[in-house]
Ligand binder design. Sequence first.
Ligand code: SF4
Length: 349
Amino acid sequence: MTRTLDICNNFYKTKKISYEDFKFLMELTDFSELNKFARDLTIKSFGNKIYIRGLVEISTYCKNNCYYCGLRNANKNMTRMRLTKEEILKRVEAASLLGIKTIVLQGGEDDFYSIDYLLDILKSIKSNYDMAVTLSLGERNFDDLEKLKEFGANRFLLRHETYDEEHYYKIHPFEMSFSNRIETLYKLKELGYQTGCGMMIGSPYQKLINLYEDLNLILKLKPQMVGLGPFIPHHDTPFRDFPHGKISDVLKILSIVRIANEKVLLPATTALGSIDSEGREKGILAGCNVLMPNIGDEKLRQKYRLYDNKIGTEVENSDDFLNLNEKLKKIGYEISLDRGDYKGDGRYV
Ligand code: SF4
């Protein structure tokens, strides 16, 4: 048995990995064995099905100033937009016509969305659609999180970005709070959300030990989802001159996270596709089992009218839904339109 397989087997069985072994995996030049080990675990749990989450970006306003993010408040070159309840519902409708059963409402931390407004939106979605709702709206106070859960929000994505406090404040301003971010993640779990954490790979000042700490958070928190992707510089941020994260590092970490939890929901992110034209396919072959295409209702509705059985094929930026399935078929996978809820006992429906 190779050392790679030995480490993978041992980690899979014990859910413990030393920093030396983690480093060994992360320094592999040929990491196909690592990817295959993870891929086999994904197939064992999910078959060759890839869950689809319809992503609706509701706001590009944000009160925060994360140094890596183009939506940061200090970026005056950003064209801001936010969706009203009606506009959001139109996109939910478009997703529903496609048969998508999970909608992800994502946005910056935008106070326009008061708790009452969000509850109103949630109530409309829940009463009109059989749709799981994932929120990805940054940190909110615990009372809000509780109310949103009561009104039917099922899942919450909150990337921790780094589990090292020192590193956290190198990529976020001091007005933000590392401890609040981590406490919120634990609170979300306590409230019964299917909770997602996640981090950027290759972010400025990140050391390998930081990724090991991230992995240990994942082992401790036991999130139901992990969203991770490469750091990609944005030209209107203080980190404009830093290089983007390496796809090889992302693919290794994805596999390691899959071995940490064979049941976890692991998206092949758009960011992965942005640094490599086949990045998402490579992500799936490294153990991912979720895709989160954007829902663009204009094109969706147009397509819906033109092609009866190809309803709303435009879902992912300008890609179309069928193309997406074709791409997946080429690597031996296919779209699953199941809700893909995480079940405590490890089952998914
Ligand atoms: S909170 Fe999110 S949207 Fe806002 S600046 Fe930070 S990363 Fe960007």
